[in-house]
Design a protein around this ligand. Structure first.
Ligand SMILES: Nc1ncnc2c1ncn2[C@@H]1O[C@H](COP(=O)(O)OP(=O)(O)O)[C@@H](O)[C@H]1O
Ligand SMILES: [Mg+2]
Length: 421
């Protein structure tokens, strides 16, 4: 397992093809096959896990074709170079492969020389992976009790549109989980510019993520412990910066570092987000075992959510990592829930009723509804949601704790892919 070898992942639905390629490469001293996948989705998952230098990707596969899988891999693991392998070498296929971010194209059947030359070529060109700093927890130095990040459940509340109730749900879910389990729950507000968690939980002028920016290189649990705001429920909160101007100081890299440490400090990390697919959002999505995708009963929310689901699929996030939450359900919107589900092509797993006054009072008092109105219907619905999060299997997410290369931002990757040459 020499570190200098070129690490290769083979993605091909035909076992014989996979084995042939592996055999061809077996005697090359500078390459190493680190994995083989037989489906596009599996290829994406393995690429995210293994961060290979090169992916050898078949085009024709059932379920998800190699071009879609390439798009997801080049977006999510930008340090990996993809070589397409196909019997079809029509210009259109070639063009689509290159637009998806493939660096080379091998037409089947190919010789060992062609293969190895392509592999060496793309790995020379490949952008070196940006190493993230994962600060080792020193055994002796830290007074904070650390747990295994692998057991921590990371749940994000996401949406394609603002104002659908993410912050409201994030707060109440965190408090509900804390009350139900008495475990360590940390709420992380990654809505950096206009984060609302501080107001919703009455945090006063507590420290925020801004206070870790200068010390991000030596971030550890003790340091974060000092920054977290502790709510009366026992939920601890990593707040967003006090002003939008300050938000500019906080990068996706800081969010990654913070998540690396938070997952060692808590049993549950609940993340509030803002709309859009910026680097911070992709970092959060990569780290999440569950994404609660919220929408309301409005045509605009439904349309935006459909697009969110399409992008999530393009980026290779498995379907069941996302769960739909329909908020502010009422009987006057004119769009029944079953029509919304049909429109989205997805089941709506959770519903939260609308109660304008109860929610408004809770927001304006800075007291979570779970605390102030424990018997309210909305609270019962949130508790039901929380209890299903307790059963979530951990480690089916790309855990942010393993020092992987950061993924490129979605829009910048798409812009690069579609720039006319
Ligand atoms: N179930 C609900 N019933 C009534 N009002 C709600 C409900 N959920 C959220 N709201 C209101 O919707 C608005 C947006 O909620 P918020 O949590 O700030 O959304 P987001 O974080 O998605 O931007 C707030 O004014 C909040 O009071
Ligand atoms: Mg919000």
């Amino acid at each position: 397992m020499s570190a200098s070898r070129i690490r290769i992942l083979i993605v091909d639905d035909v076992a014989e093809s996979r084995d042939n390629v592996e055999k061809l490469l077996r005697f090359e001293p500078d390459v190493e096959v680190v994995g083989k996948a037989e489906r596009g989705q599996q290829g994406i998952d393995m690429a995210v896990d293994l961060i290979p230098d090169v992916v050898l990707m078949d085009i024709n596969m059932p379920d998800m074709d190699g071009i879609q899988a390439t798009m997801a891999i080049t977006t999510r693991v930008p340090s990996t170079a993809v070589i397409m392998m196909s019997v079809q070498n029509e210009p259109d296929v070639l063009r689509r492969a290159m637009l998806a971010g493939a660096r080379e194209f091998l037409s089947k059947p190919f010789s060992l020389d062609e293969l190895i030359e392509a592999v060496r070529h793309v790995s020379r060109l490949a952008r070196p992976a940006v190493q993230t700093q994962v600060v080792e927890q020193s055994e002796s130095g830290s007074s904070t009790q650390l747990r295994s990040a692998a057991d921590t459940k990371v749940i994000s509340v996401v949406s394609s549109k603002g104002g659908v109730g993410r912050s409201f749900l994030a707060v109440n879910l965190a408090v509900a989980l804390r009350k139900m389990t008495n475990k360590e729950v940390i709420l992380f507000d990654t809505s950096m510019h206009f984060g609302d968690i501080g107001v919703l939980m009455n945090s006063g002028d507590s420290k925020t993520i801004l206070d870790m920016v200068d010390q991000a290189h030596s971030l550890d649990a003790d340091l974060l412990e000092d920054i977290l705001f502790t709510h009366s429920s026992g939920v601890r909160v990593l707040l967003s910066p006090p002003t939008p101007q300050d938000a500019e100081m906080v990068t996706a890299e800081h969010v990654r570092s913070a998540l690396n440490v938070l997952t060692q400090m808590a049993d549950y990390v609940i993340i509030d987000t803002r709309p859009g697919f910026d680097d911070t959002m992709l970092t959060v999505m990569d780290a999440s075992e569950r994404m609660l995708l919220m929408l309301t009963m409005e045509m605009t929310a439904i349309k935006d959510t459909t697009q969110f689901l399409e992008i999530a699929t393009l980026l290779g996030y498995p379907h069941d990592r996302l769960r739909m939450v329909l908020n502010r359900t009422n009987n006057y919107s004119g769009i029944p829930t079953r029509d919304i589900a049909e429109n989205l092509g997805r089941e709506i797993e959770y519903q939260i009723a609308e109660d304008f006054q109860a929610v408004l009072n809770s927001v304006n008092e800075g007291t979570p509804l779970v605390d102030s109105r424990p018997d309210h219907r909305i609270v019962q619905e949130i508790r039901r949601l929380a209890s299903s999060m307790i059963d979530v299997q951990t480690a089916d997410a790309t855990n942010a704790t393993e020092g992987k290369a950061p993924r490129g931002g979605l829009m910048s990757r798409l812009r690069t892919a579609f720039r006319p040459s």
